[in-house]
Design a protein around this ligand. Sequence first.
Ligand code: BTN
Length: 327
Amino acid sequence: MNKEELISLLGKSDTYVSGQELCEHFGVSRTAVWKAIKQLEKEGYLIEAVNNKGYRLLENDEMMSGTEIARYMETSTMGQNLIFHSETGSTNLDVKQLAEEGAPEGTLVVADKQTAGRGRRGRTWISPAGESIYMSLLLRPQCMPDKASTITLICALAIVEAARELGLSDCGIKWPNDVVMNGKKLCGILTEMNAEIDEIHYVVPGIGINVNQNSFEEEIAKTATSFYIESGHKVNRSKLIARIMYYFEENYKVFIKTYDLHNLVDKYNEYLVNCGKEVRVLDPKGEFTGTALGVNEEGELLVKTENDTVVTVYAGEVSVRGIYGYV
Ligand code: BTN
């Protein structure tokens, strides 16, 4: 019996599906149906079984699995080759390995827990099970390596679009690629690339999202927040992943026409929380403050300094802080 098909059948029906119906559909015995249902329950699905009525799939927002993510997926490439791990070292490393083995563009690795999660600038990304999303995507863009950093901005854009759709209507982007809400970080992105001087082999954006946590350990509590803390309701992680893939695919199609933010820049700036705000640019060549005006088509931040000159800030070189805090 095909497990995915069984879930999909139960999921589509808003009432009970009788054992008889399932037997006929799959051409198997009642015992085989019952065994398949027990297997799904073991995986975490909540299934109500009522005599003379049949089986009904109940919503379980805590549940994340490959089958569940695939059930919500509405893409043609991104996330179609989906690998789910209950536990792994780092999804970025998994995808890099798959890329070396020839995996197709759009391959997505999702984990419930990471034991060696990595953040930007060599930091660790604390990755316990049950409440977060850890995922990495394989892309093979045919552009020059200097264009690859824009992909991170497009990821941030897709995350904001998906999160807003699922109820976090005020979240935004802290340039270049953190997704934030009320001045705190909801999501981080670590993009890695394997390239030669003039050719990209592959790009791997790795996304970590705080979803259903109700608190954080002291070390990060001042700067981190979660979807649950901000919205007051829990979110189905599988659905959120599928919606992010949907928006990412849409934006990526636009991106690969010109390999810049042409046609995406207005949407990006609309969600940019730094826009019009005072920022401190932590440039290794010398820090300065100014007003952020938005990004240009290359994804660079335009900052108007105190003497009214507009400086273009490139994401790879510097980070930006609000003058009163993280945003
Ligand atoms: C940051 O420092 O803001 C970026 C954090 C990126 C974390 C994600 S979780 C999934 C993927 N796998 C990793 O090891 N890191 C990224």
